[in-house]
Design a protein around this ligand. Structure first.
Ligand code: F6R
Length: 265
């Protein structure tokens, strides 16, 4: 794991934007896995700025979102489709037909959505880089604690704590969904690279358990320890409970030193 601890959430956003810029320089037609929620918003804002002000283009990019609420239609302001349009898709040069979410149409059997989503991801060549946030309970996507570490896209029941922490987005609690369709943990692990973002002290326990704890379905993000190419970008409050903080800082110092050395050669 490449563990990068930055001062604040703005620095996390800037570093995340740099990861994307590098990827799109190597592969214009990249396939991105995207997350919603509070955490990636600042990074998406940087993507939008980079798309407007530099040569960065999403014209050939395809995106797959991690999850979508079940029973919420795309046009609904609370849907993750609406979130993505608002925060990113409406402001960049992406071909909207290449943006996918695991949404269930009103006349569709929800059980068909997962296998179809998995097939479409494969058809597009698999995900090059998956962006993840992390829940306070260690969930990734809506893979709540106890989710199978081998799971694929499917319907999940949200935990009470996830419902509680997302309540702020729903004016009327009665309309808040308790089910979602989410990429599975195995789907996420298939991505060729993973970019996990964590900001704020509320994430400190989940970050510690996922990076330094045992791999367990009780902390779903801990499975990322098994992935070959994970970058974790976090701010100081999110990193505050890590035991090996000094070591992680030292590794990053060494990397910077090697880079500077190579540049001066
Ligand atoms: C969102 C998602 C979730 C969030 C997580 C953190 O698509 O899949 O796993 O990444 O709940 O949410 P925030 O960033 O709002 O703290």
């Amino acid at each position: 794991m490449d563990i990068v601890i930055l001062k604040d959430s703005e620095q996390v956003a800037t570093a995340g934007a740099r990861v994307l810029q590098k990827l799109l320089m190597e592969k214009k037609a990249a396939v991105l896995g995207l997350a919603t929620g509070r955490t990636p918003k600042a990074m998406y804002r940087q993507w939008v700025i980079n798309c407007r002000e530099s040569s960065m283009s999403f014209r050939e990019v395809t995106t797959f979102n991690l999850d979508e609420y079940l029973g919420v239609q795309p046009a609904d302001v609370q849907s993750y489709r609406s979130y993505m349009q608002r925060e990113l898709f409406d402001h960049i040069d992406i071909d909207q037909t290449n943006t996918y979410l695991p949404a269930c149409a009103a006349d569709e059997n929800p059980l068909d959505v997962g296998p179809r989503y998995e097939a479409t991801i494969l058809e597009k060549g698999g995900i090059d880089c998956q962006v993840l946030g992390i829940g306070q309970n260690g969930h990734i996507g809506f893979n709540e604690p106890s989710s199978s570490l081998n799971s694929r896209t499917r319907i999940k029941t949200l935990t009470r704590e996830t419902i509680e922490s997302n309540r702020q987005y729903f004016d009327d609690p009665a309309t808040q969904p308790e089910l979602a369709i989410t990429m599975g943990i195995a789907t996420i692990m298939d991505a060729r690279k993973i970019l996990l973002l964590a900001t704020g002290a509320a994430k400190a326990d989940a970050v510690r358990q996922s990076i330094e704890g045992a791999i367990s379905a009780s902390w779903p993000a801990s499975i990322l320890q098994m992935h070959e190419r994970v970058t974790v970008l976090m701010d100081e409050p999110a990193a505050s409970k890590l035991e090996r903080l000094d070591y992680y800082h030292w590794v990053q110092d060494q990397k910077r030193r090697v880079l500077a050395q190579n540049e001066s050669d």
